[in-house]
Design a protein around this ligand. Structure first.
Ligand code: NDP
Ligand code: 2IT
Length: 444
């Protein structure tokens, strides 16, 4: 470990104890930027590393709501406003029982770097609650969203902090959240993204993260004289990101062998068809955990995609730390060629280190899944100028932004054994951009 890495680890231990996910995300970045940091004395002079580790603020609040039986339920809500030097805080909201401050700090920290890579003026933030929507009625989910917004609305604004969706927060939840914001403030403005296109949302926002992952993959493969067509692809998750990544893979002529959820994996030996994908999307919209009930492919309860089929491309699109060391060993043994992260930090530290060691193509989440927040940025532009752009226009812009992100990832690194180290390149590019803005702002 270098002196800088030692210092970062000590600072994390002292200032952010019991925050494993946060430590993991931070150390991964500082392992990659240590050499750049050493070469630029101004970073140390301005104490950039330590300042970057401390979120601007974390708002934590009680969320009380009535369930359908008339019982009062109590949850905990947060908004982590991480860093706004590049623009208003921007990042999703996650509702899941696994949400805690460590998870939201890691997501907020990653978001600062991801948003820097998009080239759009957006700072980083993340929010959520430890609410479990599984088994809850639509009315209960609506009342929860309203109760969450009852506090959140004080802390957000179109030029302050602009939340969006994440796990278990899609267009329906954004509608409930936005509706309550409008009611509370009497202001119809671009304060949330991921709205339905019927009331200020952008065409293509729902598709953007999944499509963007595949656009990034295409650029990465092209830079190494390969293509997506005909590839065998393993996808995890069956939510917004996973199913649109699958859709784009099928459109590009790849074979999607798997999708999964917390119950298990559905395998399509010859590749999923567009019709099968449509049936799964309908099922998933109806209820959580419905992948087990689908009538296509074969069902592997309790299994992950990584042990259920063999593919050259892996797109983890479910959640953090979903690919562990054993799974990565298996993927590498089965001749993995490229892995692109639809989810945020889906690799455990061990899996990450193995992938780097194996010298395979690796599109890190902060680059590969940035298409979602990028189209959120386009939604803000449309709201600010009272315009509504077509799907074609947004998709063309998304494809251009993903190509630019690809190029930014390789702007500061050279090929190593024939392969660009995208993860290191993404961390260095975004770090420099954030650090330069922080130094220009002076001490704040
Ligand atoms: P969704 O809620 O739409 O889907 C999440 C999917 O992941 C579901 O199929 C869910 O299964 C599965 N999943 C969740 N937790 C686990 C677990 N512990 N083990 C196995 N499967 C699990 O979320 P999104 O598709 O929006 O988000 C997926 C990932 O992509 C997250 O990491 C998110 O942060 C990231 N992301 C999302 C963006 C967006 O625009 N939505 C943008 C960039 C990144 P089940 O239904 O059984 O829980
Ligand atoms: O992780 C992410 O980038 C998101 N959940 C999307 C954030 C956004 O503001 O669109």
């Amino acid at each position: 470990m270098s002196k800088l890495q030692d210092h970062i680890q000590n600072t994390l231990d002292q200032s952010h104890p019991h925050s494993d996910e946060y430590h993991q995300a931070v150390m991964e970045v500082f392992d990659d930027v240590a050499s750049v940091y050493r070469k630029e004395p101004a970073y140390r002079r301005w104490n950039i590393a330590e300042r970057m580790l401390e979120p601007d603020r974390i708002v934590r609040f009680r969320v009380c709501w009535d369930d359908d039986k008339g019982n009062i339920q109590v949850n905990r809500g947060w908004r982590v406003q991480f860093n706004n030097v590049l623009g208003a805080y921007k990042g999703g909201i996650r509702f899941d029982p696994s949400v805690n401050e460590s998870v939201l700090k890691f997501l907020g920290f990653e978001q600062c770097f991801k948003n820097a890579l998009t080239g759009l003026p957006m700072g980083g933030g993340k929010g959520g609650a430890d609410f479990d929507p599984k088994g809850r009625s639509e009315r209960e989910i609506m009342r929860f969203c309203q109760a969450y917004m009852q506090e959140l609305y004080r802390h957000i604004g179109p030029n302050v902090d602009v939340p969006a969706g994440d796990i278990n927060v899609g267009p329906r939840e954004i509608g409930f959240l936005y509706g309550h914001y409008v009611k509370l403030t009497n202001r119809w403005e671009g304060v949330l993204t991921g709205k339905s296109p019927g009331f200020g949302g952008s065409c293509g926002r729902t598709e953007a993260t999944g499509y963007g992952v595949v656009y990034f993959l295409k650029n990465m493969l092209k830079a190494h004289d390969q293509s997506v067509e005909g590839q065998r692809v393993l996808i995890s998750g069956a939510g917004t990101v996973a199913l649109y990544a699958a859709e784009k893979c099928i459109q590009e002529g790849a074979k999607v062998l798997t999708v999964s959820d917390s119950g298990g994996t559905r395998v399509f030996r010859e590749g999923m068809t567009a019709k099968e994908l449509a049936s799964i999307r309908t099922l998933k919209l109806e209820k959580h955990g419905a992948l087990a009930d689908a009538s296509c492919g074969t069902w592997h309860p309790g299994k992950t995609p990584w042990v259920s089929a063999k593919g050259a491309i892996a797109l983890p699109c479910a959640t953090q730390n979903e690919v562990d060391g054993n799974a990565m060993k298996r993927l590498i043994k089965n001749n993995l060629v490229a892995l692109c992260e639809g989810a945020n930090m889906p690799l455990t530290q061990e899996a990450h280190d193995q992938l780097i060691e194996a010298n395979l193509l690796y599109g890190p989440g902060k680059a590969a899944n940035a298409g979602g927040v990028a189209v959120s940025g386009l939604e803000r532009s449309q709201n600010a100028s009272l315009q509504s752009w077509s799907m074609d226009k947004v998709d063309t812009m998304l494809s251009g932004i993903m190509a630019d992100i690809h190029d930014r990832c390789i702007a500061h690194v050279k090929r190593r054994n024939g392969i660009y180290p995208y993860s290191k390149g993404a961390n260095i590019y975004a770090f420099k951009k954030l650090a330069e803005a922080m130094m220009a702002y002076g001490v704040k």
